[in-house]
Design a protein around this ligand. Structure first.
Ligand code: CP
Length: 311
């Protein structure tokens, strides 16, 4: 199995077998993180630029740890201390960094399409670490990996995705990836924060639920999303109190799901807004497993894009 593309911009860039290839590779790399010496020489001599125009805890640190575990050299650009603050454009920033011969750019940006744009103006590989409201393909891969650790056949699952779906790049990538693998997907949230179903017109297994109860009933996986305050979601709902009353995952709602239900959340979590704190405190979620798998998935992505193809 091989993957010939230079970049990972959208989960739609991957076929079903590509997705399984990335997950199987991540499962192998996960073993490295469990050793005493968590380092292999796989990407020795490769230079990777981490370019985060938006804040990040999980994605940024897991990419950085993945690079260190693969022996790559990392350059972390702090946007607030870069010449972006003097008005340098995205294009000029990339062209100038490109002159230093990096092998990859890992990009998080507030504008949808920024990673795609970068991939077209650089010879280096580009990995989308989240672009605006568009996509977050490595989050989708780590979500699939986490689900597959407990439920091997994604095609037989009911997955509920609940919350601010309209602004969520995680939801978009998860809907594309999980529906490609055959899961039946139920979306639910405030009407003003739901996507239009025609956005997923070629995905017959994506539905809009009419209530929280319908979304979670017999669900095998529940993916909760936060209200994205930074994308003005508060203008789309009457109040956070109203949101909590109608869209928060409570223990009572959770009891309607399958008895082996997995609750996921990409983070950061706003406890007691979208999910009852008790569900997290009582270890009824796989949130930290998702973060753990994020390192393995990002190692796999770097290896597949930079390592395999050049051997
Ligand atoms: N899941 C996720 O993208 O988290 P961060 O914003 O902390 O990277």
């Amino acid at each position: 199995m091989s993957f010939d593309k230079k970049d990972l911009i959208s989960i739609n860039d991957l076929t079903k077998s590509d997705i399984y290839y990335f997950i199987e590779t991540a499962e192998e790399f996960k073993k490295i993180s469990l050793k005493d010496i968590k380092k292999v020489p796989t990407l020795r001599g490769k230079t990777i630029v981490n370019l985060f125009y938006e804040p990040s805890t999980r994605t940024r640190s897991s990419f950085e740890i993945a690079q260190k575990r693969l022996s790559a050299d990392s350059l972390n650009i702090t946007i607030s201390q870069s010449s972006v603050t003097k008005g340098e454009s995205l294009k000029d920033t990339i062209l100038n960094l490109e002159s230093m011969k990096p092998d990859a750019f890992i990009v998080r940006h507030h504008e949808s399409g920024a990673s795609y744009f970068i991939s077209k103006i650089t010879k280096a590989s580009t990995i989308n670490a989240g672009d605006g409201m568009n996509e977050h393909p490595t989050q989708c891969l780590l979500d699939i990996m986490t689900i597959m650790e407990e439920k091997r056949n994604i095609g037989s699952l009911k997955v509920a995705i609940i919350g601010d779906i309209y602004h969520s790049r995680v939801a978009r990538s998860d809907i594309y990836g999980l529906s490609k693998l055959g899961a039946e997907i139920y979306l639910y949230g405030p009407y003003s924060l739901l996507p239009r179903l025609k956005d997923f017109k070629d995905r017959r297994n994506v539905k809009i639920a009419c209530s929280m109860e319908e979304a979670v009933k017999n669900a095998d996986v529940i993916i909760m999303l936060r209200i994205q305050k930074e994308r003005a979601s508060y203008y789309f709902i009457p109040s956070i109190e109203e949101y909590r009353n109608f869209f928060k995952l409570t223990p009572g709602l959770l009891s309607l799901a399958s008895k082996d239900v997995m609750v996921l959340h990409p983070g950061p979590v706003n406890r007691d807004d979208e999910i009852a704190g008790s569900i997290i405190n009582e270890n009824k979620t796989r949130i930290l497993k998702q973060v753990e798998n994020g390192v393995a998935v990002r190692m796999a992505c770097l290896y597949i894009l930079l390592g395999v193809k050049k051997q």
